[in-house]
Ligand binder design. Structure first.
Ligand code: GJV
Length: 429
């Protein structure tokens, strides 16, 4: 694919690079006129790969963008014949996933996040009396911090600390080093495969990913709940909410889009459609929104009850929003974040909250920004309403697509804007 720059002719013609053949792993419905719609098994010709997520491709003589994660390379005809299933070997990408949790980088990031770690410590501390003689499961314990808090701040009878990655070896050492080996048992296993000698009273886990659900570790938690949580047992967190707000994002817009207007006194605006596709069709994960950039009061769009949520519910989660603009400005996009709640073990006891929004201390999750194609000027009194849908990727089970459909009702003129924003995302931070 690589072309030597000095071998290029004057025209940016791609005719000399032959397109590659791909096969669709699943149905896909394009969200705009520049995205392709195709069915599982369709053959696509990929002409260019402008970003790792979106490729420029052709199907049945229609050209447009296709999400790369829905495609697999087409084998030669002979190889293709014996193949009837299009499933990848490991739709969970566990080797890569647990491999990354076998190193310290992500654990350091999580442990350095004070809001996150202190929230779990607070949950244990404020429930210490009720945790006495209880059996706890800490799912995905990592370095074992939550299990160690349990052992040190309360007197549970036993904590099963389950960790699938190779970090579990070190976790065992940390448990011993801190004198907690009587209480904390480290089990190196996937939670789905672990065998416990008994049911547990409390299932605690820090499973939340970017935009709440990325990684879909929540599925492991729900399965463990159904297998190992005793009747009447407690889930920590007990509920989760995804919150959305329409916002300004001047500096990000300047950096990625307005930049092309006049760099070095030249007009580079023909690159703007490419910039839009490359930078704005996927969310910006590590965004920190200033409260002053919120154009309306944030609103919870999705609520998950950890006692009743089912694995099958995760395939498609929908929410609605209706914002009333309370600040004039440029509507650049939507920002999303989550909050989780931990019910008290005592009836009437105080709940603990971990809020990752702009009005709380920043966390390592930060917030997620979804940019619109073009900013829209809004006035006080305008209303922005629509729907959000989280579609779990049918092939890559740790991924999802977020779609936002919205329209504006202007309080001053009868204009209406409509746009569907579809985004595919990866779990790696
Ligand atoms: N079984 C055991 N350990 C797991 C599992 C599983 N099914 N899934 C994830 N982990 N909040 N998004 C472990 C993983 O190896 C890592 O140490 C930790 O849980 C992730 C916790 C933070 N990720 C998140």
């Amino acid at each position: 694919m690589s072309k030597q720059p000095d071998m290029q002719t004057e025209t940016e013609d791609e005719g000399d690079v032959s397109p590659e053949e791909y096969v669709a792993l699943s149905d896909f419905t394009g969200a705009g006129s520049d995205q392709l719609t195709f069915s599982c098994g369709d053959r696509l010709l990929v002409h260019a790969k402008p970003s790792s997520e979106w490729w420029w491709a052709e199907v049945r003589e229609v050209i447009g963008y296709a999400p790369a994660s829905y495609l697999r390379e087409r084998a030669t005809d002979e190889e293709e014949e014996g193949e009837d299933d299009a499933c990848p070997d490991d739709p969970w990408q566990d080797e890569e996933y647990f491999g990354s949790y076998g190193t310290l980088r992500l654990h350091l990031e999580m442990l350095s996040d004070k809001s996150r770690t202190e929230a779990y410590r607070q949950v244990i501390l404020s429930n210490s009396a009720s945790l006495r003689n209880k059996v706890v499961m800490d799912l995905g314990c990592g370095t074992g911090i939550i299990s160690l808090f349990c052992a040190q701040l309360a007197e549970p009878s036993l904590v099963y600390a389950v960790e699938a990655s190779s970090m579990a070896d070190y976790t065992r050492q940390l448990v011993k080093q801190n004198g907690c080996e009587e209480v904390v048992t480290v089990l190196q296993a996937r939670a789905e495969e672990v065998e416990l000698p008994e049911q547990v009273d409390v299932l605690v886990s820090e499973w939340m990913g970017n935009c709440l659900l990325f990684e879909f570790m929540v599925e492991s938690v729900l399965q463990a709940r159904d297998c190992w949580l005793r009747e009447g047992g407690v889930m920590w967190p007990s509920s989760a909410a995804l919150t959305l707000v329409p916002c300004q994002a001047h500096s990000y817009y300047e950096e990625k889009m307005a930049f092309w207007e006049r760099p070095y006194g030249l007009d580079f605006t023909p690159l703007q459609p490419l910039a839009q596709q490359e930078f704005f069709t996927k969310p910006k994960f590590s965004h920190l929104i200033e409260p002053a950039d919120c154009l309306a009061t944030p609103s919870d769009v999705i609520l998950l009850d950890m006692y009743t949520l089912q694995v099958k519910d995760l395939e498609e989660i929908k929410g609605q929003f209706h914002f009333c603009v309370d600040k004039p400005g440029s509507f650049h996009g939507f920002t999303a974040w989550f909050t989780v709640h931990f019910d008290s073990l005592e009836t009437g006891g105080a709940t603990v909250e971990l809020n990752t929004g702009p009005h709380a201390e920043p966390t390592h999750w930060k917030q997620t920004l979804f940019m619109l194609d073009k900013p829209v000027s809004v006035c006080v009194g305008d209303s922005i309403s629509g729907t959000i849908a989280l579609h779990r990727n049918p092939i890559w089970r740790r991924h999802m697509t977020v779609s936002l459909d919205w329209n504006i009702h202007s309080s001053t003129e009868a204009t209406e804007n409509c746009k569907a924003n579809t985004l595919t995302l990866h779990y790696a931070t």
